[in-house]
Design a protein around this ligand. Structure first.
Ligand code: GLU
Length: 423
């Protein structure tokens, strides 16, 4: 998925949001300067043996943006377009996401630049283990805690955990399970983590619909991306009576006026790796996808998908950002002119890292919470963040993205203020 040449890098885009938020909060400039750059940028090159016996060298990254609120936290992305600029932007966003939600974590992001679809399960396991080994003590349960992101899943996290435990010290092995989150339940994962990001998106949509007096029962959605976030959002929306009438991924776009069976489509994507060839839908172009009239649009693929030309076509009442950074600033300006509200990524998709935090707490206390407890806690935290953001936006007359960035920045600034700068 790409929309042609990018006007500016993603890191610069995120820095632009921080600038806007800083103007609003009137921060001392040294705090903005500290937060403008990641603390650590790690790049590792490592060889892995392929199934045919050949060796291939991979480039892996871990960007640790900030840890004033707690250990670095954020996903690991496997994608052929992974770059330092992208990961710096995504790591910065994690600092803001955690601060907005009040989660005691900082921000990080990592990844490997390759296409995981071109590799066997055995190769993926060796790549993941070798990457984890190369990261060494740069990750750890009280230092930096990776999680799934684009191109990785619970299995990837279990391999990372197992490698970390087996290459580290010989005692307290069980405590080390908290080195990653998003694991399978068997390996110490949390109930509800798999659906958590979609769950959070849907909580936000419900809050908005209540205020906008939109009856979700019988309404429609278009969903870009049908991986973990897109498919779980569609599934949970279906339970509220919302039909997903168009979707798409890197292989193309499909429309079904009667609404897709989100469960069947999710199963199909799990077995086939994409929506390509799914029989119950008519093929449409990317343009037609963006023109499809619906109540809700959930971008849940990659960043920079909605520029000015997509924003002008959209015929929806609300956009909830399941992906990180799906709308670029030019697209956002068009949406603002057209009066289409956007629930911003650091709020809308924060359910994932929130349940990651619950997983980490459970691991550290040797507890296992049931699904109801996880859901109740998640709902409480998301609702609070949503209401604080919307209240701030209304009070300061700014859009919810700027409000979310400003609120998070206020709490980061308070921490710096209290601690001072060493020495
Ligand atoms: N990759 C997810 C995100 O972008 C989850 C991060 C986490 O759970 O640490 O928020």
């Amino acid at each position: 998925m790409s929309i042609g040449p990018r006007a500016r890098g993603f890191f610069e885009v995120v820095q632009g949001y921080i600038e806007r938020a800083a103007e609003l909060t009137r921060l001392p400039s040294h705090i903005k300067d500290i937060l403008a750059q990641p603390k650590n940028e790690l790049i590792v090159n490592f060889p892995v043996r392929m199934d045919d016996g050949s060796l291939r060298v991979f480039k892996g990254y871990r960007i640790q943006h900030n840890n004033i609120m707690g250990p670095y936290k954020g996903g690991v992305r496997y994608h052929h377009q992974v770059s330092l600029d992208e990961l710096k932007g995504l790591a910065t966003q994690m600092t803001w996401k955690c601060a907005l939600l009040g989660i005691p974590f900082g921000g990080a992001k990592g990844g490997i630049k390759f296409n995981p679809r071109e590799h066997s399960v055995d190769e993926l396991r060796r790549i993941t283990r070798r990457f984890t080994h190369a990261l060494g003590n740069n990750i750890g349960p009280a230092h930096d805690i990776p999680a799934p992101d684009v191109g990785t899943n619970a299995q990837t996290m279990v391999w990372m955990m197992d490698t970390y435990i087996n290459t580290g010290s010989t005692y307290e092995k069980n405590d080390q399970r908290a080195v990653v989150t998003g694991k399978t339940i068997n390996a110490g994962g949390s109930e509800g983590r798999e659906q958590a990001t979609g769950q959070g998106v849907v909580y936000c949509i419900k809050e908005w619909a209540r205020e906008a007096r939109l009856d979700l029962e019988g309404s429609t959605a278009i969903v870009q991306g049908f991986g973990n976030v897109g498919s779980n959002t569609a599934l949970l929306l279906a339970k509220l009576g919302v039909s997903t009438i168009a979707t798409g991924d890197h292989t193309g776009y499909l429309r079904n006026e009667e609404g897709f069976n989100a469960h069947k489509l999710q199963e199909y994507v799990r077995t086939h790796g994409s929506i390509e060839g799914y029989p119950r839908g008519e093929q449409i172009t990317r343009e037609e996808f963006f023109e499809t009239k619906a109540d809700l649009f959930i971008p849940a693929a990659l960043e920079n998908q909605v520029g000015a030309s997509e924003a002008i076509k959209l015929d929806v009442r609300l956009i909830a950002e399941g992906a990180n950074g799906p709308i670029n600033p030019e697209g956002e300006a068009v949406l603002a002119d057209r009066g289409i509200p956007v629930i911003p990524d650091i709020l809308a998709n924060s359910g994932g890292v929130t349940v990651s935090y619950y997983e980490w707490v459970q691991n550290r206390n040797s507890e296992h919470w049931d699904a109801e407890e996880v859901q109740r806690k998640l709902l409480h935290m998301m609702r609070r963040a949503y209401q604080r953001t919307m209240f701030y936006a209304a009070e300061k007359k700014v859009n919810p993205r700027v409000a979310a960035y400003a609120l998070a920045l206020e709490s980061l600034a308070t921490s710096y203020d209290e601690r001072g700068i060493f020495p």
